[in-house]
Design a binder for this molecule. Sequence first.
Ligand code: PMP
Length: 360
Amino acid sequence: MSRAWNFVAGPAGLPEEVLHRAQEAIWDIGMGAGILEVSHRSAFFDQLMYDLEAQFRRIGGIPDDYDVLFLQGGATLQFCQIPAELTHPGDHIDCIHTGFWTRNAMRDAAFYVPIHYAYDGAATGFEHIPSDDEIHYSENPRYVYYCANNSFMGTEWQHAPKTDYPIVADMSSNIYSRPIDVRAHSLIFASAQKNLGIAGCCVVIVRHDFLEACQPDPRPSMFNYRRLVENRSMLNTPPTFALYMMKQMLDWIEEHGGLEGMAAINRQKAAIIRDAIDDTHGFFRHVGEPQCRSMMNISFRTASKELDDAFIEGAEAHNMLGLRGHRETGGLRASVFNAFPIEGCRALAEYIREFARVRG
Ligand code: PMP
């Protein structure tokens, strides 16, 4: 049976080569046991972790004065771990609010630190990403928080906000889809299940001087970045299979030209779908202002919920899955993360044009 074009927003589809490698590795990793049955304290796994970190750094160009952690609890644990560890009594933080994921992050941060909203996108229905002069920072926030790609609405920052305050970024839905300006940030975090493999692992990239300002010890182990760094993310049993899968995904990214290669193909993929939407002359409408649209999550809609539903129903008959918009926004959304094949974008573009022709 053939596999469908899977436009789901995450956990996302994986490259076929990676799935085949995983199938073999589940049976035998070359030592008479499969990857699901290997101790995280074995020489095999220790080497895997060294290789994973080295490769992750090489691909992303992560400078030496940044640590890289592979943690559990998803991006959502970072929503509270970052403020819990990196703010002190009397501190406050600034948030650039661009939608669902900054709202969720601030809901959890508020347990630890007061929040100043340097920009609030609610007034524009979150279809806009602010320019630097639309952001009004408070005095001396401990850090400025933003979400680099708003997977729920389909908007994306084209560059990090410009400020001298430390910047913390949620890159869960666009990490390694193109080159990253790591130096612009004090901390970047991203869960893996969209561009870097499967659910179960969250990457944290953090500059040494930012970590030095952590809450002092003693602290609970899992809420202690410094201990996690000292133990190379293996204080307890790590998500071994998710880490193995990330390694396979990084191999695949390197085989396809690294982050420049990802950016070139991802740009083409998004353009194929966006052009088809444009060709329908308003039958389908893009969500998000032109310069703010995401390359990963292409949000669009027709004039009515009935037509959106009919589009989704017809898509299934065309072997396409996962095109329903986020539960809060409605509409349609095609998520085309790193692993999503360009042929699937062409198939969707054709279906968009055909649907508009028949129903328009
Ligand atoms: N941030 C963004 C931008 C996301 O898209 C998601 C997941 N869809 C999350 C955070 C939450 O990630 P997790 O489920 O791994 O906690």
